[in-house]
Design a protein around this ligand. Structure first.
Ligand SMILES: [Fe+2]
Length: 434
């Protein structure tokens, strides 16, 4: 099924790299944290978490586990939801002062991404902005390793525990960008579904669509063979396009989302569904850590850049705030109709993994079939009905497109090229769906 997707191209990559942390998954796995840290030779660590988790039972499990192995630790919890350049520079200063021999992060994407960025600055200096790709930053390469990092996920969406990227908001531009380097891939990932038992339904829904889009974007990303060959293997990023390995994990993650997303949102006692969603998030993280996302994530950054006067139930964050998974999915049904034109077979396969009803459909209908399935899943999990429902109208389209057009690296990973007008058209198609 996938082979012809990876046909050699003139000047294109002829090999790809697979990198994942040493991963432990399962209920109760967080209690192994101390032993895992000890096995890495860590004696003095900084434990990154957020201020809410710091007061709760999940962090207590982590603390007790470290104490049992006599590992010295200090807690850093001054984390901003959706970290920005200022907050990660403060975290880096705290890390440098503590002089640990390793870092542990226990939290969602904001905590893990803050830890990654702080470790980068603590090890190699400079300002985080220098490490963003040009023209946003100066594209400074990350010259070598950072401290050992054990990343423990507490939400079933981010996948950051398995990726070599950190997503940071630049305050000056009020938008998010990615720093990517194999050097910031965590050494160990611990994924304990118990950490998600108390997540409210709408948080599970947002995280679920984040994982779904990670997987769907990876599966439909441009093939690695269509990305330019990199002569120096040491310089190869892990955002390298779809490849046979990322296909495997993306396919399974899509099947999990198709089967369990609605159940996991509807019933917080359905541990089968929720544990599966946690595994799906891990697989989707592994997939996008090795291939990269494309338009839905790129276009979500326009949404979070320009959002106003909106916040979301169950998120203790000041307005304006749209949960990441929602900012991604609101435009996705419109985007995949656009991208399916370039790779209809791939989109039809992905729709099948999501358990879409494709009876009587032809391959040329792939975009319609996939989009319809996404809308069905959105409606069954109370996701806002497109951009209108999160405060945008026709008058915002040009600004949204202009903002997202800066995400050139992600745009280049999409299966179909897009210019500013194409982005405007995709946003227009995402205003409402039902
Ligand atoms: Fe995401």
């Amino acid at each position: 099924m996938g082979c012809q997707y990876f046909e050699p191209t003139e000047g294109g990559a002829t090999s790809y790299t697979v990198a994942i942390p040493k991963l432990t998954f399962g209920r109760g796995a967080l209690a192994e944290l101390g032993i895992r840290a000890e096995n890495l030779g860590l004696r003095k660590i900084v434990l990154f978490t957020d201020a809410i988790l710091e007061q709760g039972p999940i962090l207590e499990i982590a603390r007790q586990s470290l104490k049992k192995q006599n590992i010295e630790f200090t807690v850093f919890s001054d984390i901003k939801i959706e970290p920005d350049d200022d907050s990660v520079m403060l975290a880096a200063t705290a890390l440098k002062e503590a002089q640990p021999d390793g870092v542990i992060s226990v939290g969602g994407g904001s905590v893990i991404d803050t830890a990654k960025a702080a470790m980068l600055i603590a090890a190699h200096g400079g300002h985080i902005k220098e490490y963003f790709a040009a023209p946003i930053g100066s594209g400074k390469p990350i010259p070598g390793p950072v401290l050992p990092h054990i990343a423990c996920a507490t939400t079933s969406g981010t996948g950051s525990e398995c990726t070599s990227i950190t997503v940071i908001r630049i305050n000056e531009l009020n938008t998010k960008f990615v720093v990517a380097s194999p050097h910031i891939l965590p050494t160990i990932a611990i994924v304990d579904p118990q950490c998600c038992d108390s997540l409210p339904s709408n948080v599970v829904a947002s995280c679920g669509f984040d994982l779904l889009c990670h997987a769907l974007e990876c599966y439909t990303a441009r093939a690695y063979t269509e990305h330019a060959e990199i002569k120096d293997p040491g310089a190869r990023q892990l955002i390298q396009g779809a490849n046979p390995f990322s296909d495997l994990s993306a396919q399974k993650a899509l099947e999990i989302a198709g089967m369990y997303l609605k159940r996991g949102v509807a019933d917080n006692t359905d541990t089968t569904a929720r544990d599966n969603l946690m595994w799906g998030a891990t697989l989707a993280g592994i997939a996008f850590g090795n291939s990269g996302t494309h338009l839905p994530h790129a276009m979500s950054y326009g949404v979070t850049h320009l959002m106003k006067d909106i916040t979301s139930k169950d998120y203790q964050v000041a307005s304006p705030f749209i949960p990441h998974g929602i900012s991604v999915i609101v435009s996705a049904p419109s985007i995949f109709k656009y991208t399916a034109v370039a790779q209809p077979e791939r989109h039809m396969q992905a729709a099948g993994f999501l358990n879409a009803d494709a009876k009587g459909a032809d391959t040329k209908d792939a975009g319609e079939v996939l989009s319809k399935r996404l809308i069905e899943l959105m409606r069954s999990t109370n996701i806002p009905n497109g951009l209108n429902a999160v405060g945008f109208n026709n008058g915002h389209i040009k600004a949204l497109a202009k903002s997202s057009f800066r995400q050139q690296r992600a745009l280049a990973n999409a299966p179909r090229e897009s210019n500013l007008v194409d982005l405007e058209n995709m946003y227009s198609g995402a205003l409402n769906y039902w």
